[in-house]
Design a protein around this ligand. Structure first.
Ligand code: EPU
Length: 293
Protein backbone atom coordinates (compact mmCIF):
# COMPACT_ATOMS: atom_id res chain seq x y z
CA UNK A 1 0.00 0.00 0.00
CA UNK A 2 1.33 3.43 -0.92
CA UNK A 3 -0.22 6.66 0.35
CA UNK A 4 0.17 10.06 -1.32
CA UNK A 5 -1.03 13.00 0.81
CA UNK A 6 -3.24 15.76 -0.64
CA UNK A 7 -3.36 14.68 -4.29
CA UNK A 8 -4.64 17.21 -6.81
CA UNK A 9 -7.93 16.12 -8.41
CA UNK A 10 -7.30 18.58 -11.23
CA UNK A 11 -4.28 16.49 -12.23
CA UNK A 12 -6.26 13.26 -11.90
CA UNK A 13 -9.43 14.05 -13.87
CA UNK A 14 -9.74 14.28 -17.63
CA UNK A 15 -11.78 17.52 -17.40
CA UNK A 16 -8.84 19.03 -15.50
CA UNK A 17 -10.97 20.41 -12.66
CA UNK A 18 -10.82 19.87 -8.93
CA UNK A 19 -9.14 20.84 -5.68
CA UNK A 20 -7.23 18.48 -3.43
CA UNK A 21 -8.36 15.23 -1.86
CA UNK A 22 -7.19 14.14 1.62
CA UNK A 23 -5.02 11.31 0.33
CA UNK A 24 -4.50 8.85 -2.51
CA UNK A 25 -4.03 5.19 -1.64
CA UNK A 26 -2.60 2.60 -4.01
CA UNK A 27 -3.94 -0.91 -3.39
CA UNK A 28 -0.89 -2.83 -4.58
CA UNK A 29 -1.98 -6.22 -3.26
CA UNK A 30 -5.15 -7.91 -1.99
CA UNK A 31 -4.06 -7.61 1.67
CA UNK A 32 -4.07 -3.82 1.31
CA UNK A 33 -7.87 -3.88 1.26
CA UNK A 34 -7.84 -5.26 4.82
CA UNK A 35 -5.97 -2.15 5.96
CA UNK A 36 -8.26 0.27 4.15
CA UNK A 37 -10.92 0.76 6.88
CA UNK A 38 -8.25 1.86 9.40
CA UNK A 39 -6.70 4.18 6.88
CA UNK A 40 -10.07 5.75 6.03
CA UNK A 41 -10.71 6.25 9.72
CA UNK A 42 -7.29 7.87 10.10
CA UNK A 43 -7.96 10.40 7.32
CA UNK A 44 -11.63 10.83 8.23
CA UNK A 45 -12.78 11.00 4.61
CA UNK A 46 -15.06 9.05 2.33
CA UNK A 47 -13.49 6.58 -0.11
CA UNK A 48 -13.57 7.55 -3.79
CA UNK A 49 -12.72 5.28 -6.72
CA UNK A 50 -11.52 7.62 -9.42
CA UNK A 51 -10.16 5.29 -12.09
CA UNK A 52 -9.01 7.53 -14.93
CA UNK A 53 -11.18 10.36 -13.66
CA UNK A 54 -12.81 10.43 -17.09
CA UNK A 55 -16.45 10.65 -16.00
CA UNK A 56 -16.07 13.13 -13.17
CA UNK A 57 -16.69 16.83 -12.57
CA UNK A 58 -14.84 17.69 -9.36
CA UNK A 59 -15.40 20.89 -7.44
CA UNK A 60 -12.48 23.33 -7.29
CA UNK A 61 -12.71 23.38 -3.51
CA UNK A 62 -10.84 20.67 -1.60
CA UNK A 63 -12.86 17.52 -0.99
CA UNK A 64 -12.96 15.27 2.11
CA UNK A 65 -12.30 12.10 0.12
CA UNK A 66 -9.58 9.45 -0.01
CA UNK A 67 -8.86 8.43 -3.60
CA UNK A 68 -8.41 4.68 -3.98
CA UNK A 69 -6.24 3.46 -6.81
CA UNK A 70 -5.75 -0.01 -8.19
CA UNK A 71 -2.64 -0.76 -10.21
CA UNK A 72 -2.72 -2.18 -13.72
CA UNK A 73 -1.91 -5.86 -13.72
CA UNK A 74 -1.90 -8.42 -16.54
CA UNK A 75 -5.17 -10.17 -17.34
CA UNK A 76 -5.55 -13.94 -17.46
CA UNK A 77 -7.21 -15.59 -20.44
CA UNK A 78 -8.57 -19.07 -21.01
CA UNK A 79 -10.15 -20.55 -24.10
CA UNK A 80 -12.84 -23.20 -24.53
CA UNK A 81 -12.64 -25.83 -27.25
CA UNK A 82 -15.28 -23.98 -29.35
CA UNK A 83 -13.01 -20.91 -29.54
CA UNK A 84 -14.93 -18.83 -27.01
CA UNK A 85 -12.91 -17.49 -24.14
CA UNK A 86 -12.89 -16.01 -20.71
CA UNK A 87 -10.84 -13.14 -19.32
CA UNK A 88 -10.04 -12.43 -15.68
CA UNK A 89 -9.25 -8.70 -15.60
CA UNK A 90 -8.08 -6.42 -12.78
CA UNK A 91 -10.14 -3.35 -11.93
CA UNK A 92 -7.15 -1.05 -12.45
CA UNK A 93 -6.44 -2.28 -15.98
CA UNK A 94 -7.34 0.20 -18.71
CA UNK A 95 -10.09 -0.53 -21.22
CA UNK A 96 -7.64 0.34 -24.00
CA UNK A 97 -5.09 -2.13 -22.60
CA UNK A 98 -7.70 -4.88 -22.40
CA UNK A 99 -8.81 -4.28 -25.99
CA UNK A 100 -5.22 -4.68 -27.20
CA UNK A 101 -4.86 -7.96 -25.26
CA UNK A 102 -8.19 -9.26 -26.59
CA UNK A 103 -7.34 -8.42 -30.18
CA UNK A 104 -3.97 -10.18 -29.91
CA UNK A 105 -5.73 -13.32 -28.66
CA UNK A 106 -8.65 -13.15 -31.08
CA UNK A 107 -11.23 -12.74 -28.29
CA UNK A 108 -14.01 -10.52 -29.49
CA UNK A 109 -17.00 -8.62 -28.07
CA UNK A 110 -15.66 -5.34 -26.74
CA UNK A 111 -14.41 -3.64 -29.94
CA UNK A 112 -17.18 -1.00 -29.93
CA UNK A 113 -15.75 0.39 -26.67
CA UNK A 114 -12.54 1.63 -28.32
CA UNK A 115 -11.85 5.29 -27.53
CA UNK A 116 -13.42 5.21 -24.06
CA UNK A 117 -10.68 6.49 -21.74
CA UNK A 118 -11.34 4.55 -18.56
CA UNK A 119 -10.38 1.66 -16.33
CA UNK A 120 -12.16 -1.68 -16.06
CA UNK A 121 -13.48 -0.69 -12.63
CA UNK A 122 -15.02 2.42 -14.20
CA UNK A 123 -16.36 0.50 -17.21
CA UNK A 124 -18.17 -1.85 -14.81
CA UNK A 125 -19.54 0.85 -12.52
CA UNK A 126 -20.89 2.94 -15.44
CA UNK A 127 -21.70 -0.01 -17.67
CA UNK A 128 -19.68 1.76 -20.37
CA UNK A 129 -21.16 1.48 -23.82
CA UNK A 130 -20.82 2.71 -27.36
CA UNK A 131 -21.62 1.64 -30.89
CA UNK A 132 -24.00 -1.11 -29.88
CA UNK A 133 -21.61 -2.64 -27.37
CA UNK A 134 -21.89 -2.51 -23.59
CA UNK A 135 -19.46 -3.78 -20.98
CA UNK A 136 -22.23 -5.27 -18.84
CA UNK A 137 -23.36 -7.75 -21.47
CA UNK A 138 -19.93 -9.47 -21.32
CA UNK A 139 -19.82 -9.80 -17.52
CA UNK A 140 -19.77 -13.31 -16.02
CA UNK A 141 -19.03 -12.00 -12.56
CA UNK A 142 -17.46 -9.17 -10.58
CA UNK A 143 -15.20 -9.35 -7.55
CA UNK A 144 -15.97 -6.50 -5.19
CA UNK A 145 -14.65 -5.21 -1.90
CA UNK A 146 -16.85 -3.91 0.90
CA UNK A 147 -15.75 -2.93 4.40
CA UNK A 148 -18.23 -5.47 5.86
CA UNK A 149 -17.32 -8.53 3.77
CA UNK A 150 -13.85 -7.87 2.30
CA UNK A 151 -13.26 -9.27 -1.20
CA UNK A 152 -15.90 -11.55 -2.70
CA UNK A 153 -17.36 -12.53 -6.08
CA UNK A 154 -20.85 -11.71 -7.31
CA UNK A 155 -22.04 -13.85 -10.20
CA UNK A 156 -23.70 -12.34 -13.28
CA UNK A 157 -27.20 -13.50 -12.28
CA UNK A 158 -27.05 -11.29 -9.17
CA UNK A 159 -25.97 -8.16 -11.09
CA UNK A 160 -28.38 -5.64 -12.60
CA UNK A 161 -27.20 -3.70 -15.61
CA UNK A 162 -28.83 -1.21 -17.96
CA UNK A 163 -28.03 1.89 -19.98
CA UNK A 164 -25.09 3.51 -18.10
CA UNK A 165 -26.35 1.66 -15.04
CA UNK A 166 -24.84 -1.06 -12.85
CA UNK A 167 -26.14 -2.34 -9.52
CA UNK A 168 -24.34 -5.15 -7.69
CA UNK A 169 -27.16 -5.28 -5.14
CA UNK A 170 -25.15 -3.88 -2.22
CA UNK A 171 -27.49 -1.05 -1.32
CA UNK A 172 -25.92 2.26 -0.40
CA UNK A 173 -22.73 0.87 1.09
CA UNK A 174 -19.36 1.65 -0.51
CA UNK A 175 -18.01 -1.00 -2.87
CA UNK A 176 -15.10 -1.23 -5.28
CA UNK A 177 -14.90 -3.52 -8.33
CA UNK A 178 -11.52 -5.23 -8.03
CA UNK A 179 -11.69 -7.94 -10.73
CA UNK A 180 -14.11 -9.00 -13.44
CA UNK A 181 -14.71 -12.18 -15.41
CA UNK A 182 -15.72 -11.63 -19.02
CA UNK A 183 -17.24 -13.92 -21.61
CA UNK A 184 -15.73 -13.37 -25.04
CA UNK A 185 -16.31 -14.79 -28.51
CA UNK A 186 -13.85 -16.17 -31.00
CA UNK A 187 -12.75 -13.44 -33.43
CA UNK A 188 -10.11 -12.85 -36.09
CA UNK A 189 -7.54 -10.24 -34.95
CA UNK A 190 -7.61 -8.55 -38.42
CA UNK A 191 -11.42 -8.24 -38.39
CA UNK A 192 -11.35 -6.93 -34.83
CA UNK A 193 -8.66 -4.42 -35.73
CA UNK A 194 -10.61 -3.04 -38.69
CA UNK A 195 -13.80 -2.78 -36.58
CA UNK A 196 -11.87 -0.89 -33.89
CA UNK A 197 -10.32 1.42 -36.49
CA UNK A 198 -13.73 2.12 -38.00
CA UNK A 199 -15.33 2.90 -34.61
CA UNK A 200 -12.37 5.06 -33.54
CA UNK A 201 -12.48 7.09 -36.77
CA UNK A 202 -16.24 7.65 -36.42
CA UNK A 203 -15.79 8.75 -32.83
CA UNK A 204 -12.88 11.04 -33.67
CA UNK A 205 -14.96 12.68 -36.41
CA UNK A 206 -17.98 13.28 -34.16
CA UNK A 207 -16.57 13.64 -30.63
CA UNK A 208 -13.76 15.80 -29.16
CA UNK A 209 -11.72 12.73 -28.24
CA UNK A 210 -8.42 14.50 -27.64
CA UNK A 211 -9.70 17.53 -25.69
CA UNK A 212 -9.99 17.73 -21.86
CA UNK A 213 -13.59 16.50 -21.39
CA UNK A 214 -15.49 14.12 -19.10
CA UNK A 215 -17.20 12.23 -21.93
CA UNK A 216 -20.90 12.87 -22.45
CA UNK A 217 -22.23 15.16 -19.71
CA UNK A 218 -25.87 14.00 -19.91
CA UNK A 219 -27.45 10.61 -20.51
CA UNK A 220 -29.61 10.29 -23.58
CA UNK A 221 -33.18 10.81 -22.32
CA UNK A 222 -34.45 7.96 -24.48
CA UNK A 223 -32.65 5.29 -26.54
CA UNK A 224 -33.76 7.03 -29.72
CA UNK A 225 -33.07 10.61 -28.56
CA UNK A 226 -29.51 11.96 -28.47
CA UNK A 227 -28.92 14.51 -25.69
CA UNK A 228 -26.19 15.93 -27.94
CA UNK A 229 -28.63 16.50 -30.77
CA UNK A 230 -31.14 18.17 -28.38
CA UNK A 231 -28.43 20.45 -26.95
CA UNK A 232 -27.26 21.29 -30.44
CA UNK A 233 -30.81 22.20 -31.49
CA UNK A 234 -31.19 24.59 -28.56
CA UNK A 235 -27.95 26.43 -29.27
CA UNK A 236 -25.57 24.88 -26.74
CA UNK A 237 -22.95 23.76 -29.26
CA UNK A 238 -19.93 26.02 -28.75
CA UNK A 239 -21.67 27.87 -25.86
CA UNK A 240 -19.10 29.01 -23.29
CA UNK A 241 -18.91 30.40 -19.77
CA UNK A 242 -15.41 31.55 -18.85
CA UNK A 243 -12.98 28.95 -20.14
CA UNK A 244 -15.49 26.09 -20.09
CA UNK A 245 -17.76 25.40 -23.03
CA UNK A 246 -19.79 22.81 -24.90
CA UNK A 247 -17.84 21.34 -27.79
CA UNK A 248 -18.28 22.59 -31.34
CA UNK A 249 -18.08 18.97 -32.48
CA UNK A 250 -20.63 17.33 -30.17
CA UNK A 251 -22.88 19.43 -27.92
CA UNK A 252 -22.96 16.85 -25.10
CA UNK A 253 -19.25 17.28 -24.27
CA UNK A 254 -17.95 20.00 -21.96
CA UNK A 255 -14.41 21.15 -22.73
CA UNK A 256 -11.96 22.86 -20.41
CA UNK A 257 -10.24 25.40 -22.67
CA UNK A 258 -7.44 26.10 -20.18
CA UNK A 259 -8.16 27.64 -16.80
CA UNK A 260 -11.82 26.52 -16.60
CA UNK A 261 -13.54 26.49 -13.20
CA UNK A 262 -16.04 24.01 -11.81
CA UNK A 263 -18.51 26.87 -11.10
CA UNK A 264 -18.50 27.68 -14.85
CA UNK A 265 -19.12 24.02 -15.70
CA UNK A 266 -22.05 23.84 -13.26
CA UNK A 267 -23.51 27.06 -14.67
CA UNK A 268 -23.30 25.62 -18.19
CA UNK A 269 -25.02 22.45 -17.03
CA UNK A 270 -27.86 24.48 -15.45
CA UNK A 271 -28.30 26.59 -18.61
CA UNK A 272 -28.25 23.50 -20.84
CA UNK A 273 -30.87 21.73 -18.74
CA UNK A 274 -33.14 24.74 -18.68
CA UNK A 275 -32.89 25.37 -22.41
CA UNK A 276 -33.44 21.71 -23.21
CA UNK A 277 -36.51 21.57 -20.96
CA UNK A 278 -37.98 24.69 -22.60
CA UNK A 279 -37.12 23.63 -26.10
CA UNK A 280 -38.02 19.94 -26.04
CA UNK A 281 -39.68 19.10 -22.73
CA UNK A 282 -36.93 16.56 -21.93
CA UNK A 283 -35.36 16.64 -18.45
CA UNK A 284 -31.70 15.82 -18.96
CA UNK A 285 -30.11 13.56 -16.35
CA UNK A 286 -26.40 13.82 -15.61
CA UNK A 287 -24.15 10.99 -16.76
CA UNK A 288 -21.06 12.68 -15.31
CA UNK A 289 -20.50 12.24 -11.56
CA UNK A 290 -20.35 15.62 -9.79
CA UNK A 291 -18.03 15.57 -6.78
CA UNK A 292 -18.85 18.34 -4.36
CA UNK A 293 -18.06 18.96 -0.70
N1 EPU B 1 -25.89 15.06 -33.10
C1 EPU B 1 -26.12 16.36 -33.45
N2 EPU B 1 -25.42 17.34 -32.80
C2 EPU B 1 -24.55 17.06 -31.79
C3 EPU B 1 -24.32 15.71 -31.43
C4 EPU B 1 -25.01 14.71 -32.09
O1 EPU B 1 -26.91 16.66 -34.33
O2 EPU B 1 -23.96 17.99 -31.23
C5 EPU B 1 -26.60 14.00 -33.85
C6 EPU B 1 -25.62 13.17 -34.68
O3 EPU B 1 -25.38 13.80 -35.92
C7 EPU B 1 -26.35 11.85 -34.81
C8 EPU B 1 -27.13 11.75 -33.50
O4 EPU B 1 -27.18 13.08 -32.95
O5 EPU B 1 -27.26 11.92 -35.87
C9 EPU B 1 -26.47 10.80 -32.50
O6 EPU B 1 -25.14 11.23 -32.24
P1 EPU B 1 -23.98 10.21 -31.79
O7 EPU B 1 -23.84 9.14 -32.80
O8 EPU B 1 -22.79 11.03 -31.46
O9 EPU B 1 -24.57 9.50 -30.53
P2 EPU B 1 -25.05 10.08 -29.15
O10 EPU B 1 -26.36 9.44 -28.84
O11 EPU B 1 -25.00 11.56 -29.10
C10 EPU B 1 -24.07 8.14 -27.72
C11 EPU B 1 -23.35 8.02 -26.40
C12 EPU B 1 -21.85 8.15 -26.57
C13 EPU B 1 -21.37 7.10 -27.55
C14 EPU B 1 -22.08 7.32 -28.87
C15 EPU B 1 -21.73 6.27 -29.90
C16 EPU B 1 -24.69 8.80 -24.55
C17 EPU B 1 -25.03 9.93 -23.65
N3 EPU B 1 -23.80 9.06 -25.51
O12 EPU B 1 -23.94 9.49 -28.15
O13 EPU B 1 -21.30 7.84 -25.29
O14 EPU B 1 -19.97 7.20 -27.73
O15 EPU B 1 -23.53 7.23 -28.67
O16 EPU B 1 -22.24 5.03 -29.50
O17 EPU B 1 -25.19 7.69 -24.37
C18 EPU B 1 -20.52 8.74 -23.21
O18 EPU B 1 -21.42 8.08 -22.68
O19 EPU B 1 -19.70 9.41 -22.54
C19 EPU B 1 -20.45 8.78 -24.67
C20 EPU B 1 -19.63 9.57 -25.31
Amino acid sequence: MRVIPEPSLQERTSLRLGGKALAEVWMDEDQDWERLPDLLQHYGGKPLILGHGSNVLASDTDLPVVVIRQPRAPSEFSRHSDGRGEALVQGGQTLAGLLVECRRRGLSGLEGLIGIPGTIGGAVAMNAGSYGCSFGERLRGVEVWTAEHGLFWIEAEQLRTGYRFFDPGLGKRFWAATRVKLDLQAGRPETMQSRMREVYCRKKATQPLLAPTCGCVFKNPDPSVSAGRLLDSCGMKGFRVGEMGFSERHANFLINYGQGRSADALELIAIARERCREYSGFELELEVKCLQA
